[in-house]
Write a protein that binds this ligand. Sequence first.
Ligand code: SOE
Length: 388
Amino acid sequence: MTKVMNVAMIGGGFMGKAHAMAYASMPMFFWPAPAIPHRKVVVDVTDGAAEEARRRFGFDEASSDWRSVVARPDIDVVDICTPNNVHAEIAIAAAKAGKHIICEKPLARTVEEARAMTEAAKAAGIIHMVAFNYRRTPAVALAKKYIEEGRIGRILNFRGTYLQDWSADENGPLSWRFQKKIAGSGTVGDIGTHVVDLAHYLVGPIAEVIAMTKTYVTTRPIQQGGVDKLGASEKSADAERAPVDVDDEVVSMLRFGNGAIGSLEATRNAWGRNNFITLEIHGTKGSIHFNYERRDELQVMFADDPADARGFRTVYTGPAHPYGGGLWPIPGLGIGYSETKIVECFDLFTAIASGKQPSPNFEDGLLTELVADALLRSGETGKWERVE
Ligand code: SOE
């Protein structure tokens, strides 16, 4: 019999929605499922918000007290979908209570927090995962397969971008994402870390960076109400403004430990770009190109293709590709954001069922945090900074 495992989800916002959908859908896609996640308790900042999340996301119970929920003996998995400032406190308490943990990205605000979380998780012997979901896009996992099989040879160069425009309007509100004390950093932590995670997954550890960081919008209207609605937030030119103390954009060159070189660009101020994650990887025997806005497709070029057919071709991911057995039966039916989260959920419960740590786990999240720290340091010093 497939085991049923009780999940306590802390945070009922955008990520709560994505995770709740994944808990419900994962066994429908991946059957037999490694375990059946049961939506037991959802926690939010007030009783009212928690109750609304309970009804909306299909949990049995609602609470506004994460501490007591995390300590409950009937909870197997703690899912942290909160803003970054409480990741460490919740994760450390959950680890001490012996719960398996999935934590939204970035793992923490600082290297120190990420290290403390990693140490607590390791000491507790629980399964831990950080939710960098984009590596779970089947086309990205296919790129990884080609690279591991040597199909593009030794990697020479990685180019990664993550461009959005939801913060380009200077009258967009000062949500927690623009406040260092809550977010830790701006674009670097929020979306730059996705690119770092993809670079680590596909190429290997980044050893050194030289970066420029820039804050374009230095004050924003104080947010009315507690909910961060990203690009859909109400804009206000008249409201009282307060300072932004995080970066809007990062542009960096990279040196990998294995000798490859590369670049990373991330911004939330690129009008016209939505969730524009692009990867281009050049190897000694071929190249790979991926654009998340066309996430069913992987562009590949193999140098030993016949000379008269040389060029990028499009592979549509489907049943023949990673996770294909669980997803849709025909290529091109459509991979979405939800599918990346369903695959993430499948990998989490597979790890729990097998007792083998998934990737990215907290150690990988800490490594990413070390790169984020080097990017921010280099943004200040203007010099190459080593990933310590
Ligand atoms: C905002 O930039 C955001 O919600 C990120 O925080 C997520 O990680 C990304 O996947 C979508 O955009």
